[in-house]
Ligand binder design. Structure first.
Ligand code: TRP
Length: 335
């Protein structure tokens, strides 16, 4: 009764508008997301309310919110085939987020590894919003009767929390929320930092180990060529003993729709330089058209805004129904 019948499974994912996305975001998210509308009723969100849990310059938040939308589109999402919108344009996100706070225990949030990491990195601003971040994320997901949430493996813990919150609510008030599950897109590699290949490539920690999507392709190629490798001299996919090489294989595989193992096979017996050359070339080949399309989209913000406003209108319709149902069940006096 609570599940809206849709011929395709419903998917939802979000990307924060904090900073410029990296090539890791492209390979792990934007690019694999483009396949979703064929098989899913797909929602893609620019999560600006999440971005502000770390202090943002107003002009950066403004540019990056349009920017993330433009990267989604430049990567190949067709806004007529999915729902692309900005989180803050649909007020139901914060409203449900507030309500779900009361179904979330402090202890659960204290266990979130992303909170612990970010709190350690931003000691001067460990705000309540950063603490409650996963609750808003649960609201994002649960508003749309979401069945699948394509994310990187670092987000699985947050989705488990969303499931726990949904279960708790459903147990008290009866079947209300659809149970979402986290899925790691098959083609979406987890790109690591080029200089410290044991940690995720992060857009918030730019430097020689990170390639941002707006960087000059020539500079990006240089960073690939300077990527840390090892002294084993063997090209094989071994994340444990050769994290640097494994990362280069992931990047090339991600960009050319192959598994890193298949790429390793192709380069078996070759020198690291040959692999780096091929990765650099693939990165340049991907960045050039992507950046051209991004620049075109960003040069017409009015058009971009129209696309996002249409997305928000569609999203709001479903979100409002969910919030209404939740409030009714809880005994709120409806407006
Ligand atoms: N926390 C996610 C990340 O950092 C972003 C996000 C916010 C999200 N809300 C979401 C992802 C809902 C999937 C679904 O990557």
């Amino acid at each position: 009764m609570s599940t809206s019948i849709s011929p395709k499974p419903i998917s939802f994912s979000g990307i924060q508008s904090s900073g410029i996305p990296s090539i890791g975001n492209y390979i792990g998210a934007f690019k694999p997301f483009t396949a979703y509308p064929q098989t899913h009723k797909a929602y893609f969100c620019v999560v600006d309310h999440h971005a502000i849990t770390v202090r943002q310059e107003p002009k950066d938040l403004f540019e990056n919110s349009y920017g993330v939308a433009a990267w989604y589109l430049a990567a190949g999402l067709n806004p007529h085939e999915c729902t692309l919108f900005i989180q803050s344009h649909v007020k139901e996100h914060t409203e449900l987020g507030w309500i779900l706070n009361t179904f979330t225990q402090m202890g659960e949030l204290e266990r979130m590894t992303q909170f612990k990491d970010k709190a350690a990195r931003h000691k001067e601003n460990v705000n309540a919003g950063l603490f409650g971040y996963p609750v808003l994320m649960a609201a994002d997901i649960l508003l749309y009767n979401t069945q699948e949430v394509p994310v990187g493996d670092d987000q699985i813990q947050h989705i488990e929390l969303a499931r726990n919150i949904a279960t708790r609510f459903n147990n008290i008030y009866g079947d209300t929320f659809v149970m979402p599950k986290g899925v790691i897109p098959k083609s979406g590699a987890r790109v690591k930092d080029l200089q410290e290949p044991t940690r995720k490539m992060s857009k918030s920690q730019p430097g020689p180990g990170t390639i941002l999507l707006n960087e000059s392709p020539a500079e990006a190629a240089k960073k690939i060529k300077r990527a840390q490798t090892d002294s084993l001299g063997v090209i094989a996919y071994d994340t444990e003993n050769q994290p640097g090489i494994a990362n280069l294989l992931e990047i090339l595989g991600g960009l050319t729709n192959r598994t890193p193992q298949a790429v390793a096979q192709e380069f078996e017996g070759q020198q690291y330089g040959a692999l780096k050359g091929a990765v650099a070339e693939a990165v340049v080949f991907a960045l050039e058209p992507l950046q051209a399309e991004y620049t075109r989209l960003m040069s017409d913000k009015a058009e971009l805004h129209r696309i996002l406003a249409k997305g928000a209108d569609d999203a709001r319709e479903v979100a409002a129904q969910t919030v209404r149902k939740v409030k009714e069940k809880m005994g709120y006096v409806l407006a």
